[in-house]
Design a protein around this ligand. Structure first.
Ligand code: TXA
Ligand code: MG
Length: 319
């Protein structure tokens, strides 16, 4: 059973010995191992039950390290890295030969980021290899934003969880790839598209550019065990669920006003702040999942800023 702790020397030692360690980041916890060793990376896939076609993100401590992993860095990528690293932004760039094919699921590109978490940055600086780290959940389940969430899902399968408190962003990094140097958003995440536009002007989304590969973005993902229905009209949705023990999850308590009093209610924030909603989202889903409702009915939040990323997760968690 995994131990929780804050011992960086112990974490580094385990990682140098090709063991896996769960690490905190500002987005979600990652399940980390030596990103340059195929055997260690295959353990990551095993522990998560992750399909082999879903590539991993390499975590590094400095931009210098990036140059040793990729063959080319487009101008736009440099601008983004300068502005947002360390931070919740992942760049997908052409990989070089030191990156094993298993890390990238056979693609000729690799996903890289510098996470913004003091403990993990320190750990990375103690190692002479990047850390491959997908979110530290079982495949398709809710991503962990606390060490306890990690312990609950995969505690039996790993030795150590570095406890860095609750992740400050609470939702995964935004992923950007490049097609002929043109930036394309592959996954909406904790860095809002508006902030990226402030640096680059226009960015494309996958809908504008279907040809780019974005594996692992399965329509069903991030799901609690409890059935979840995302809705933009909760009143109408719950009339179809007569007889079920449901809980309604909204952005803020005000949105409950029109619901009958006997329905269980939860909210992501007290005041409707979308960053707070992202911070609380997975934690709330973990909590509600433990309460054995028949169904969670989650209301979509306004489709602006980080709300776009929250709605993306709700859509994928929904069935
Ligand atoms: O915030 C995050 O990004 C967290 C923390 C731990 O850093 N990590 C994370 O990893 O969310 P994961 O494995 O759950 O999601 C990684 C996703 C893949 O599902 C895939 O969509 C994308 O990154 N990806 C990785 N390599 C890629 C590549 N070469 N081309 C396109 N997409 C890639
Ligand atoms: Mg994940």
């Amino acid at each position: 059973m995994a131990k929780l702790g804050t011992n960086l020397d112990k974490a580094a030692e385990l990682l140098r010995n090709d063991e896996l360690v769960a690490i905190p980041t500002e987005t979600v916890y990652g399940l980390a191992g030596n990103g340059l060793k195929s055997d260690t990376i295959s353990k990551i896939y095993m522990v998560k039950n992750r399909p082999p076609g879903n590539p991993l993100i390499l975590h590094i401590a400095s931009v210098n390290q990036l140059e040793s992993l990729v063959t080319k860095i487009p101008e736009a990528a440099i601008k983004l890295a300068e502005k947002f690293w360390p931070g919740p932004l992942t760049l997908v760039l052409p990989k070089n030969n030191v990156v094993p094919g298993i890390a990238t699921a056979g693609l000729n590109t690799v996903a890289v980021r510098i996470p913004s978490h003091e403990m993990t940055l320190k750990l990375l600086s103690m190692l002479d290899f990047p850390l491959a780290a997908p979110s530290a959940n079982l495949s398709n389940r809710v991503s962990p934003t606390t060490a306890e969430h990690v312990h609950f899902q995969i505690g039996k399968r790993i030795k150590y969880i570095l406890d860095g408190g609750q992740c400050s962003k609470g939702i995964e990094s935004t992923i950007i790839g490049f097609k002929d140097e043109i930036p394309i958003i592959l996954r909406h995440g904790a860095l809002s598209i508006d902030k990226i536009k402030q640096v680059l002007g226009k960015v494309l989304t996958k809908n504008d550019h279907n040809s780019i590969l974005a594996p692992g973005m399965a329509p069903k993902h991030y799901s609690p065990k409890t059935r979840l229905i995302a809705s933009d009209n909760i009143k109408r949705t719950i009339t179809g669920l007569n007889g079920l023990d449901i809980v309604v999850l909204t952005l803020c308590p005000n949105n409950h006003n029109t619901l009958e009093s006997e329905i269980s209610k939860a909210s992501l924030t007290s005041n409707g702040d979308l960053s707070e909603a992202a911070f609380n989202l997975y934690d709330k889903l973990f909590l509600l999942d433990k309460m054995n409702f028949d169904c969670i009915v989650a209301e979509y939040v306004p489709e602006v800023g980080i709300g776009i990323s929250i709605n993306d997760r709700l859509r994928r968690a929904s069935n």
